[in-house]
Design a protein around this ligand. Structure first.
Ligand SMILES: [Zn+2]
Length: 465
């Protein structure tokens, strides 16, 4: 590395005078300015200084003296380069090479690349001489390209970002670690898929809502659409308080205003609700939260930030409880999933949270205890493994919710938030789960013991009431 440094210094001295005759302006106000007079007329002088030129009238100037000054104190590297470029013999490859080196050491990388290419065009032996420089310049170009891909991705132009990334993978693959490029590729693929899905869904829902002539009303955090004005107005009156209530139930003391409001669709017609949401026949609510991944390069690291790009809730106005039940349930899903950046969590935990958010619970502890005693409930070890919605949803939802309730009430909201933070950071769910609650239970079996004790205690209390 050092060797090259000396070579560069030598070439600069060879090609560029290091000092030039400069002018020192002594002004009447006592100031002294160094530069080079580039123009003079009856009014005054135009002085070239580093970074530009300034006018001085003759009245301002007391006297002018000459002095030798380093050339780069008056001219910028770009100015020096352009000046030299005019003076070299354009058919001399060595002159282009030296200009290239000058540009390279002065961070004029595009110009450096241009001059090296000129030298190579005139004499192929410069391919070898410029190899190291060009490798670095390629690397720089590759980083610029990758930053461009990140910008495109961050502004939602995934198609274009994908094309650019493929170009990088083709042209610059040897300048990047393969897995870094692949990591980007995965993020892009995912965003692209989400965008396509989201686009289709948005189209489907917005068109249908329009076709159906839904009544619309807005609150701070919601855009409410309903097939009847009464329901829309009722929802508008209650939804903001419900949002706060659900957040508090889940241990989040304060919920900021959503930058992206939630679109909330209310259907009084079940078949239309099912058709538009694609939810299973037994469902009375559906929610979806879309995320967008943004990245930035800080030094060598790639930082990811997850932002919500869209939220939707659809509810079927089954009974008058559609707000306190279905809507609260879907809000529970949404608020928790947003907090953990949409990371995946076990089904029982996800549904348990949502049921806890409701005002109406499916089974109280006395009835739950009966089910446990009659072996009509799940063994906890089996419940934790469930991946698909089971046939008997009542006990699945009730038991899941009661375990979450146990976690919130007996083990404290503080630990619940601690768990949520660890899930958000990407930790394996059960690793984080058993570690956060290690003072209460260690595995599925000891969780079962602790939880059943809790149900018994609550049932007794309910009985007394
Ligand atoms: Zn649910």
């Amino acid at each position: 590395m050092k060797k090259k440094f000396f070579l560069v210094i030598f070439s600069i001295l060879f090609l560029f005078p290091s000092k030039i005759t400069a002018d020192i302006l002594y002004l009447k106000n006592g100031r002294k300015i160094d530069g080079k007079i580039v123009e003079k007329n009856e009014k005054g002088v135009l002085l070239k200084i580093a970074g530009g030129t300034i006018d001085f009238s003759h009245q301002e100037i007391e006297r002018i003296e000459s002095s030798q000054m380093p050339v780069d104190e008056i001219f910028s590297p770009k100015e020096i380069y352009l000046k030299q470029k005019k003076e070299i013999d354009p058919s001399d490859p060595e002159a282009h090479f030296k200009l290239g080196e000058y540009c390279y050491t002065h961070n004029l990388l595009d110009d450096a690349f241009f001059e090296f290419e000129e030298a190579i065009g005139l004499d192929k032996s410069y391919l070898k001489k410029t190899e190291e420089y060009r490798k670095f310049l390629k690397q720089k170009e590759a980083i610029d390209c990758l930053n461009n891909v990140i910008d495109l991705n961050n502004s939602g132009k995934y198609e274009l970002a994908k094309i650019r990334l493929d170009e990088i993978r083709k042209n610059f693959s040897k300048f990047y670690e393969k897995n870094k490029l692949e990591k980007f590729n995965i993020v892009l693929e995912r965003n692209l898929m989400t965008a396509r899905y989201e686009g289709k869904l948005r189209e489907a829902i917005s068109d249908k809502a329009r076709e159906r002539g839904f009544f619309q009303t807005d609150t701070t955090n919601f855009k409410i659409f309903a097939d009847n004005e009464k329901s829309a107005k009722l929802m508008a009156k209650k939804i903001e308080d419900l949002r706060d209530e659900v957040a508090k139930k889940l241990g989040f003391t304060f919920l900021r205003k959503w930058a992206v409001p939630c679109k909330l669709y209310i259907y009084s017609d079940l078949s239309k609700f099912l058709e538009d949401s694609g939810a299973p026949a037994w469902a009375s609510g559906w929610q979806k939260i879309f995320f967008k991944v943004t990245q930035k390069i800080v030094g060598d690291a790639v930082l990811f930030e997850v932002l919500v790009s869209e939220r939707r809730i659809m509810v079927y106005e089954e009974t008058t409880m559609f707000i306190s039940k279905a809507t609260a349930h879907e809000l529970g899903h949404m608020i928790f999933l947003e907090f953990i950046d949409g990371k995946s969590i076990p089904l029982w935990f996800n549904e348990g949270i949502a049921v806890c958010a409701q005002r109406i619970r499916p089974l109280n502890e006395r009835n739950l205890l009966k089910k446990i005693k009659n072996n009509d409930s799940y063994k906890v070890v089996n419940l934790l493994e469930i991946k698909e919605y089971p046939e008997d949803q009542t006990i699945f939802y009730a038991q899941s919710a009661n375990i979450v309730k146990f976690l919130l009430e007996e083990c404290g909201a503080f630990n619940f938030i601690k768990l949520a933070k660890r899930i958000k950071s990407g930790e394996d769910f059960y690793a984080a789960f058993y570690d956060v609650y290690r003072g209460y239970f260690r595995d599925a079996l000891s969780l079962e013991d602790a939880w059943v004790k809790y149900v018994e205690k609550k049932a007794k209390y309910e009985f007394k009431l």
